[in-house]
Design a protein around this ligand. Structure first.
Ligand SMILES: C[S@@+](CC[C@H](N)C(=O)[O-])C[C@H]1O[C@@H](n2cnc3c(N)ncnc32)[C@H](O)[C@@H]1O
Length: 225
């Protein structure tokens, strides 16, 4: 019961003591994952970038530093109204210049036109999407063909510990499920790499968009150790 409540708060933090605890925990725990996701995205000054599930906005801050107006642009989308307000405060200077725009909403309905985003990243997020397929389809829709790259960061080791502790019940956290959904959605070059930073192991899943080419069946997933 308690763990199910905590899982719900992780998936959509609400204003109040529980939401505040989740926010504070992730501010301490997730900086490394977020910073690494941004590094691996290969963001150029003129890139158009989207983060899904930005929570307190640490990854957004890191990505914003790499972008230059007028072409460089950062979008963020999060399902939690509380987190939308927390990140809006954190990113206020860049929101005012127009470099950053934040949305409160679900990955199932991204308020952007087709084919406008060069880079997408998200950390510890897909486990909570209503369905992996609908989230992947919507991200695919907004990404530019040919050059679009998405980076997903997670720590499988850490997730397994959470699952053993009783968290993440009824979520779709296993990366195989997510990678299969990416392939079904026609992302190409889907692969997972094992990385380390500051002695901490984590995984990065890469997926590219080439709207002329199909990934094929989930068997084409590549695991790089
Ligand atoms: C566990 S937190 C991870 C936050 C941050 N990326 C990190 O690693 O610290 C998951 C975040 O994803 C957001 N989220 C969950 N489901 C979502 C959805 N369907 N669309 C957009 N954001 C979603 C939640 O509101 C929450 O802020």
């Amino acid at each position: 019961m308690l763990f199910d409540h905590l899982t719900k708060q992780l998936g959509k933090p609400r204003q109040g003591p529980w939401g505040w605890m989740v926010k504070t925990f992730l501010e301490r725990k997730s900086r490394l994952l977020e910073v690494n996701a941004v590094k691996l995205c290969d963001i150029q000054p003129e890139s158009v970038v989207l983060e899904v599930g930005f929570e307190p906005g640490l990854g957004l801050q890191e990505a914003a530093k790499r972008l230059t107006l007028p072409k460089g642009k950062l979008y963020g989308l999060d399902y939690s109204e509380y987190m939308y307000h927390v990140a809006s405060r954190r990113l206020q200077p860049d929101i005012q210049t127009g470099k950053v725009t934040l949305f409160h909403g679900s990955v199932e309905q991204i308020p952007l036109e087709d084919n406008v985003v060069d880079r997408v990243f998200h950390c510890n997020c897909y486990y909570f999407w209503p369905t992996l397929q609908s989230g992947c389809r919507e991200i695919y829709r907004v990404m530019k063909p040919g050059i679009g790259l998405m980076v997903t960061k997670l720590s499988v080791e850490y997730l397994k510990k959470l699952v053993v502790a009783g968290l993440l019940r009824d979520t779709k956290w296993p990366p195989e499920l997510y990678m299969a959904a990416l392939c079904e959605t026609r992302f190409v070059d889907v692969c997972m790499e094992h990385k380390q930073d500051e002695g901490k192991p984590f995984q990065a899943i890469f997926a590219r968009v080439n709207k002329a080419r199909m990934c094929g069946l989930p068997t084409s997933i590549i695991w790089v150790c």
